[in-house]
Structures are given as structure tokens and as C-alpha cells.
Design a protein around this ligand. Structure first.
Ligand code: PLP
Length: 405
């Protein structure tokens, strides 16, 4: 899809708006599958939390993916989108035993990441297949907010606790069918990832009845031209060799699983918003859009870079702008950005808005969360309506103070 398509969608639906390109999701899915075509049993479980619109989930299900979930609500969304329970993996962190029991009862693959719950769950349900999330203590990415495999991380069972882990699984005689790691986002160094995979293989040797090994996700996607991204093709080639060697040694053909979120949907998404005000100050030119970090929190939350284009005036002379939102506190999308000349009323497009944008949106400042559109076969389909004032009031209880004061 191109900027002219985006502009016509913006004119049809108005802004602010999230737009997703189905072709791009499919392209990325096939790219990852092809990179691992040398593995006999490959399973790609899409990480729901990146973008959880039910129509997007349903589309990804039709591509052949499974689903990675982190809450029982995501599990329910997945089931509603048409995923079979056995194609869903549930990888929560720090949730109650109660919730894990409920999810297991739905027939979904459980993944446990702490010894306390493992011991309790294994004692109660020794027959239920359980995957174990290991923390290999490898720092895969550069951003400490989204890097989850390092030594101080709250995620996973430490590899240094393997003796205790084995004591629990042996005493409970529980059914361990998978080993998992997810080292966080922004994998740049394939050698580091492969090193973590070696640790996972070593751990896997302790368990005799595995059916899969799950390497999580964290593939880095490009945000602007010249950005380094995870070389998926090289990773595919090198990990395939290691995985197939391991299966030989293990004596069984295991399934290799991944849980891509960003990799599948980040670049497929665009966030579109109209410019309300162009404001010259003594130091810069602000372009103030009809949105804020309530709709796209990533720049303010962890300094993410989203390329911004003026799709209303693509041929205009480029100038430097600070693009800011309407939220009543610092609300900056980008400073000193070179963008073709902006006039009030123009539509700006923010790239890489497929992952962790709509799913992190809020009603801060009592604004509505925007609509979502899926672009498929050269046509725009509304897949979520913009909220209305009723949604803002919904669930709020107006007290009768004549009784209270
Ligand atoms: C968030 C998450 C993912 C997806 O990570 P991306 O960086 O978006 O690919 C995969 N697995 C688990 C367990 C996660 O929590």
C-alpha cells in the first residue's frame, strides 16, 4: 500500500485512525516461514499483545499461524477469532494459579515461568502438558525496557535453578512437553541469540518427553532507512542447522516454535492523524496533531522512533518540524523532523504503527480511542469503530450525593 492509498483512506474515515496492510503481514509471515524451511516442524505463534484486533487475529490464523497469549482475555480473543485451543500457547508472567488453571481447562498449552506456580500446578495436574520458560540470562537487545532475558529480569526460571526445577518436575511426575525462552525485543546480534539457543538445548536435554522448543521472539524491525534489523534469513540458516543437529541427538523430531509480534505487524501499520495547528515559536515550528500519546505512546514511553510523512503534500518543500500532540503534558512524537511542508488540515502518517500502538492506547484526557481499518485486496475495511461518548461513560457509576452529604 502507498501514501495515495493512505490518503484516500484518511479522507474516507477521517483521523485519527490506525490502518493495517494485510499483504505486509502475509509477506512477513512467509519470510519467517521461508527462513526456517529447513526445519520439518515449524510453528509460528503470533504474539497477540502486539495487535489484538479480532479481524487481524483471524487473518493471521488463516495464514496458518498459532497464537501466543499472555492473559486469559487474550486467550478468549484468540478462541473467538477461530484459533483452536491446541494452537494457542499461554505465556503469562506473575499471574495467579487460578487464571492458569482456567486457561489449562480450555485446552490451551500452558507455559510456566516460576518455580512456585510450577510446583503447585504440577502437584495438582501432573498429566497436563506444561512448557517451561527458561531465563538464559542473555541480554539480547539494547533497550532495557523491552529486554527480558538478562540477570535482573523478572521473566523465566533461571538456568541456575535447573536442579530445583528438576526436583519439582521429578517429584510431581508432571508432563513437561516444551522448553521456552523469550529474551526480549531488538535482537541485533545473531551470535548472542544462537548462544541463548545453545543454553536452551542444554536445558532441553534434562527432559525426555518434549514435543517442542520455543525460541520466543524479539526480532528487530527497521524504523527508518538505514536501520539495522535482525537478519532473519541468516538466523534461519544457522539456527536450522543447530536445531536439526539437536533433534538428532535428542532422538526425536521436535517442533521449533517462535512467537513473533512486532516482526509480523509493526511495518504493516500506519497511524494517521490530521494537523490541527501549525505553530511558529522563537525556536521551532510545531505541527500539532489531532491526537497524542493516548493513541501512540511508544515515543514518550520508550523513545521509539516513528517515521512521519505528510501524505497530503508529499511533493512539498521539506522543512524541519517538531510534531506534537494535544495531551496536556509533554507529548512529542518527533523533534527536528524533515517533513514536506505542513499546512493545517494535512494528514500525517506515522510508520511502524502496527505493533504496540492501538493495544497500548488509552482514554487519557477522556478522548476516544480511534477506529482501525484493514487494507486487503486493495480495499479498506473498518475493523473497529471509533469510540463514542457512551464508551467514556460506560461502567462509570454516578453516585447520588443527596443520600451521602
Ligand atoms: C511480547 C512477547 C512476544 C513478542 O515480542 P515481539 O518483540 O513483539 O516480537 C513474544 N513472546 C512473549 C512471551 C512475549 O511476551
Amino acid at each position: 500500500m502507498n501514501n495515495a492509498d493512505l490518503l484516500s483512506i484518511a479522507k474516507q474515515f477521517g483521523g485519527p485512525l490506525y490502518v493495517y496492510d494485510a499483504e505486509k503481514i502475509k509477506f512477513q509471515y512467509n519470510r519467517l516461514s521461508n527462513a526456517f524451511s529447513g526445519v520439518k516442524n515449524l510453528k509460528l505463534n503470533y504474539a497477540t499483545k502486539a495487535l489484538s484486533n479480532i479481524s487481524v487475529l483471524s487473518y493471521i490464523q488463516k495464514l496458518g499461524a498459532g497464537l501466543d497469549t499472555v492473559s486469559i482475555q487474550e486467550v478468549r480473543l484468540g478462541l473467538a477469532a477461530g484459533f483452536e485451543p491446541h494452537t494457542i500457547i499461554y505465556t503469562p508472567n506473575g499471574v495467579s494459579l487460578n487464571e492458569i488453571e482456567e486457561v489449562a481447562a480450555l485446552g490451551v498449552q500452558i507455559n510456566i515461568d516460576n518455580l512456585s506456580i510450577l510446583e503447585q500446578f504440577g502437584s495438582k495436574y501432573p498429566k497436563t502438558p506444561v512448557c517451561i520458560r527458561i531465563n538464559p540470562h542473555v541480554m539480547a537487545g539494547g533497550n532495557s525496557n523491552i529486554s527480558v532475558g538478562h540477570i535482573d529480569s523478572k521473566f523465566g526460571i533461571s538456568i541456575h535453578q535447573i536442579p530445583h526445577l528438576k526436583r519439582i518436575t521429578e517429584n510431581t511426575k508432571m508432563n513437561i512437553n516444551g522448553i521456552h525462552m523469550h529474551t526480549g525485543s531488538d535482537i541485533l546480534d545473531i551470535d548472542v541469540f544462537l548462544h541463548a539457543s545453545e543454553i536452551l538445548f542444554e536445558t532441553a536435554k534434562h527432559f525426555k518427553d518434549l514435543s517442542f522448543i520455543d525460541f520466543g521472539s524479539g526480532f528487530k524491525v527497521p524504523y527508518k532507512t538505514g536501520d539495522i534489523e535482525t537478519n532473519i534469513e541468516e538466523l534461519g540458516e544457522r539456527l536450522t542447522v543447530k536445531f536439526n543437529e539437536f533433534c538428532k541427538e535428542y532422538g526425536r523430531e521436535l517442533t521449533l516454535a517462535f512467537e513473533p509480534g512486532k516482526f509480523l505487524v509493526s511495518e504493516a501499520g500506519y497511524f494517521i492523524s490530521k494537523v490541527n495547528v501549525v505553530k511558529q515559536t522563537t525556536s521551532t515550528v510545531f505541527a500539532q496533531i489531532d491526537s497524542g500519546f493516548n493513541h501512540l505512546i511508544r515515543p514518550m514511553f520508550y523513545g521509539s522512533y516513528h517515521e512521519i510523512e505528510n501524505i497530503s503534500n508529499p511533493e512539498g518543500r521539506e522543512r524541519f518540524y517538531s510534531v506534537v500532540g494535544y495531551i496536556c503534558e509533554t507529548d512529542t512524537f518527533g523533534s527536528n523532523r524533515k517533513i514536506s511542508e505542513i499546512n493545517e488540515g494535512d494528514f500525517l502518517s506515522f510508520k511502524n504503527a502496527g505493533a504496540y500502538c492501538q493495544t497500548m492506547a488509552s482514554n487519557y484526557n477522556s478522548r476516544f480511542r480511534p477506529a482501525e481499518v484493514l487494507w486487503i485486496n486493495e480495499e479498506a475495511h473498518l475493523i473497529r469503530k471509533e469510540e463514542t461518548f457512551d464508551d467514556i461513560l460506560h461502567n462509570q457509576v454516578v453516585l447520588d450525593f443527596s443520600e451521602l452529604i
